[in-house]
Ligand binder design. Structure first.
Ligand code: SAH
Ligand code: F3S
Length: 482
């Protein structure tokens, strides 16, 4: 693979891996979670071996692949709109273009997709990407093709991803696939299947390879990273049957973090996402022990009401969650904590909602992602509970927590005023071409005048000002890390 510089629509330079001699053009776009973006890089790698290089121009694409999200109805509607767009491009400019749907919608809708959307030629679920060459051969011969078989083993650990739309500095490394948690609102266990952990050896190889290619910040990805467990392969539930030897040499998430931190002591290491019921204090202690493991935990709670948490099948109480927060803050005082929250889950009363508000006030999250409950067909809540909170109430509750979060973010961001923080430069600031944008170890975005620095530098920045979510400062020199 050689590196070439492409221009995207915003005119920003992007480094995209290209394979020499490839003639066909692949337009690939992703919606939804980081795992989808990471999977698209695996798909791009598989397609590169089939003679495809990526393009950012829909009109010249031989093949369009859209990696889809089913998490909320709105996410699915967004993809339907994109399909309309592809339809128009195919009709007006590119009659030979083929269209494939990947990811969670492919898994959820299966053959329905081919029936409902005439534009779609190819439907491929999240565990079937290695079958793309065969499926593509079908499509080339004019037949629709589909594979939505979920796997108990597939982790794509042996595929070296083609980095798409990369800044050359930060990258995702997937460590688990699927989820066994069965939160009652969530479609992921149905679309991504059983939880599997990837061989730590292949993870380390990927991390080392990224470092050797100049990457300096990686995020270990999984739906539920803290339940990572490697004992030689297979499902976590079968661990009991494993041999004593396998048990003795097993690797849990805390071990994996440590192995990664030691393998590349200058690489910043992040992870996402943690389910509170699975995050152990061992993990937090490992974070504290290694300076290169970033001080940020994304710790979705979804609700502050014990009754709703139970209905959601979240296996902890609000009190246990608060205790976990206290412990994290004791071990890593600076640790950024962020949330996901759902309002309007079936049967949520005003009292339940006030419990969410009071939990937020207790924690004072640095930032968060907040959603109105969206009923998903096939989930436990979708099947057994009526979506009974009126839309107006959902809207109002959402606005209330978004407003509260903004206040908390502002308080938290202001705590950095006057301090000097270490920033890894990731890209040009969106607001000014005179400024760099990067993140601190705590995942706080920081912008500052470019000076003589460049993307990929670790820089000490004195914070002089801030908005509710962004630090503004002046560079005072390279940090020790550079
Ligand atoms: N563990 C996963 C969670 C994926 S879903 C991870 O890696 O982040 C991301 C967030 O979407 C969830 O934390 C939840 O807040 C929200 N979500 C999931 N299902 C939802 C639904 N049916 N309606 C509204 N929000 C939902
Ligand atoms: Fe979904 Fe709960 Fe797993 S939110 S991805 S079922 S941890």
């Amino acid at each position: 693979m050689e590196k070439t510089i492409d221009e995207n629509k915003q005119g920003q330079s992007l480094v995209i891996d290209k394979k020499e001699g490839n003639k066909r053009k692949l337009f690939i776009e992703s919606y939804g979670c980081a795992m989808n973006f990471s999977d698209s890089e695996i798909v791009a790698s598989i397609m590169a071996n089939q003679g495809f290089n990526t393009t950012q121009n829909l009109e010249e694409a031989d093949l369009v692949l859209v990696n889809t999200c089913s998490i909320r109805d709105k996410a699915e509607q967004t993809v339907r709109k994109r399909l309309e767009k592809y339809n128009a491009v195919k009709r007006d400019h590119n009659p030979n273009m083929k269209v494939g749907v990947l990811g969670c919608m492919a898994e959820r809708l299966k053959t329905k997709f081919l029936e409902e959307e005439k534009i779609v030629d190819l439907v491929v679920g999240p565990d079937a990407y290695k079958d793309l060459p065969n499926l593509l051969a079908e499509v080339d011969e004019g037949r629709d093709a589909i594979n939505v078989i979920l796997s108990k083993e597939e982790t794509y650990g042996d595929i070296s991803p083609v980095r798409l739309n990369t800044n050359g500095v930060s990258a995702f490394v997937s460590i688990t696939r699927g989820c066994d948690n069965m939160c009652t609102f969530c479609v992921v266990p149905f679309t991504r299947g059983r939880e599997r952990s990837r061989d730590p050896q292949s993870i380390i190889e990927e991390v080392n390879d990224l470092w050797s290619r100049g990457y300096k910040d990686i995020t270990l990805l999984g739906q539920n990273v803290d339940s990572y467990l490697w004992y030689g392969g297979g499902l976590k539930k079968d661990f009991e049957k494993a041999s004593d030897m396998q048990k003795a040499t097993s690797v849990n998430f805390s071990n994996l973090l440590e192995i990664c931190a030691k393998a590349q002591p200058k690489m910043r290491i992040r992870f996402s996402t943690s389910n509170p019921q699975d995050l152990t204090l061992d993990v937090v202690k490992t974070m504290a022990k290694y300076q290169n493991i970033c001080n940020h935990i994304h710790l979705p709670v979804q609700s502050g009401s014990n009754r709703i948490l139970k209905e959601m099948n979240r296996l902890h109480t609000r009190e246990e969650y608060m205790e976990l927060i206290d412990n994290i803050r004791e071990i890593i005082p600076n640790c950024t904590i962020s949330q996901d929250m759902i309002v309007g889950f079936p049967t949520e009363t005003e009292d339940d909602f006030q419990d969410t508000i009071s939990l937020m006030k207790y924690v004072k999250y640095n930032f968060g992602y907040m959603y109105k409950y969206s009923e998903r067909p096939g989930t436990m809540a979708g099947r057994n509970m009526k979506d009974d909170v009126p839309e107006d109430t959902k809207k109002r509750r959402l606005q209330d927590i978004v407003d509260l979060q903004r206040i908390h973010s502002e308080i938290k961001t202001k705590e950095w005023l006057g301090k000097t923080v270490e920033v890894l430069i990731e890209k040009e600031s969106k607001k000014s071409d005179q400024q760099w944008s990067g993140r601190t170890s705590e995942s706080i975005v920081c912008v500052f005048p470019k000076g003589h620095y460049k993307v990929g530098d670790f820089v000490n920045v004195k914070v002089t000002n801030c908005t509710s979510a962004t630090l503004i400062g002046e560079a005072v020199g390279f940090s020790q890390n550079t």
